[in-house]
Ligand binder design. Sequence first.
Ligand SMILES: [Zn+2]
Length: 141
Amino acid sequence: MEEILCPDCGTKGKKVNIVTVKSLVEKKVKDNASYQICLNSDCETVYFISSGTIFYSREDLKIAVWYKDSEDDKVPICYCSNLTRGEIKEAVDKGYTTAAEIRKYTGKSITGNCLTENPASQCCHQTLTKEIARYYNKDNI
Ligand SMILES: [Zn+2]
């Protein structure tokens, strides 16, 4: 498979669904293109297409991308339920350390709208697990 690199930073991209791009980018999005998301946390570019002539940066999006704003507590980790990093930190502080416990504590249940709400077109499960570990392990080392 052809590797498609971010026109801004040269990092390999990950394919996202155009439905996601259309839902999250504030500008009019070009149809019939195959979009990638830049996985580099330090890069301003979020979405791009293979030719590299069209791309959307962080400021073109309605929402923040969790790994590009890795210290912002207001950024959602689970986009479909708007479960934020700050809420996860708070729940871990209170002793809730699994995704299920945190969802119960915060009352933020999965709605399944990952395709239109998660910037990477994916379910947040893995990200949520990693984010919990980030705060849980910090206190237990
Ligand atoms: Zn990039």
